[in-house]
Ligand binder design. Sequence first.
Ligand SMILES: NC(=O)c1ccc[n+]([C@@H]2O[C@H](COP(=O)([O-])OP(=O)(O)OC[C@H]3O[C@@H](n4cnc5c(N)ncnc54)[C@H](O)[C@@H]3O)[C@@H](O)[C@H]2O)c1
Ligand SMILES: N[C@H](C(=O)O)[C@H](O)COP(=O)(O)O
Length: 337
Amino acid sequence: MTSRPLLALIPGEPAGVGPELTVRALQTALPADVLVLADRQTLHHAAAALHLPLELREVTAADPSQWEAALQWAREQAARAVICPLVQERETIAGQVDPHNAAAVINALNLGSDLALAGQVQGLVTGPTHKHVLKQAGFDYSGTTEWLAQRAGTSVVMMLAHSRLRVALQTTHLPLRAVADAITAESMERTLRITHLALQRGFGIANPRLLILGLNPHAGEQGDMGDEELRVFAPVIAKLRAEGMVLSDPLPADTAFLPKKLQQWDAVIAAYHDQGLPVLKYSGFAEAVNITLGLPYPRVAVDHGTALDIAWRGVADLGSFAQAIKQCAQMAMHRRQ
Ligand SMILES: NC(=O)c1ccc[n+]([C@@H]2O[C@H](COP(=O)([O-])OP(=O)(O)OC[C@H]3O[C@@H](n4cnc5c(N)ncnc54)[C@H](O)[C@@H]3O)[C@@H](O)[C@H]2O)c1
Ligand SMILES: N[C@H](C(=O)O)[C@H](O)COP(=O)(O)O
């Protein structure tokens, strides 16, 4: 038995950079044992394209009693991994998504979720998925965050983070037109509570300070440019402040990210995806990770997409993928303690 956590590792979209990053990560000393959930041939082909060694030992998800011997074999040498194979319908062509292979991606996410919910793995690390090809194949999929939340039957918050900035989102993969209506007093309160609790429990911040971005330009300019800040945000903030939470007023997003201002806060709560993530990615692309707060297990993903334009060429930055494994391992250890 080892004290290292066991994480399920899902490369994501086969035609993207996920298989390449998986193979490259497996060449390095990892801070956790991993159980790869993917198509075996795709990983071998990616390794061959990169001229990298790769040995895979197959186990079945249904029989965890086999796992320890296989994990011990993998620990002995780099470029070895244990895999629960999820067979794709078609061979992967790097850079070309194929809806026929979407089911294998979804099956990997479902298996990873089931294993994590059952406590058979202590966390889930995911590479990038291609939202459109999964939708095209008939899955009601808007993102892995939402998919895992639904399978776990819980509400979650998407937070992207690097060492200098954390950004949590009130809304995720929605058309901009739908954003204002999606932010209700209930949804906002839920987002703030989940983020507050996750920062306390997962990050050791005793009383997290949350900087809340307004929805409208100039945070509504006292209601002249939109009244959501007065009508929806302010009452929720007042209610939670009365419980002791440290929350800013709704602040204008254009100056909220000034480095001096950020020093006083532990996380920024952005109203929508492209209000918060461009700043986060500009300031830390390839070192940041995407953490799903509120799940009953740690789930950490990369901060980038499938990068079809550079897949399997060996030029993709491994930083975010490696950091996702490290962060998930740390969170799993923290929960164990
Ligand atoms: N975590 C995720 O699952 C995730 C995140 C973002 C986007 N996506 C999905 O990925 C697909 C493509 O999205 P996109 O084109 O907007 O974003 P993208 O991140 O795939 O690509 C944007 C640009 O960043 C570059 N890039 C991405 N990752 C890189 C890396 N590791 N190293 C170096 N350069 C890298 C790409 O080459 C491209 O030029 C979409 O279907 C989107 O939904 C998934
Ligand atoms: N919104 C994230 C980003 O832009 O990086 C990413 O698409 C999230 O994807 P998942 O929910 O599929 O992890």
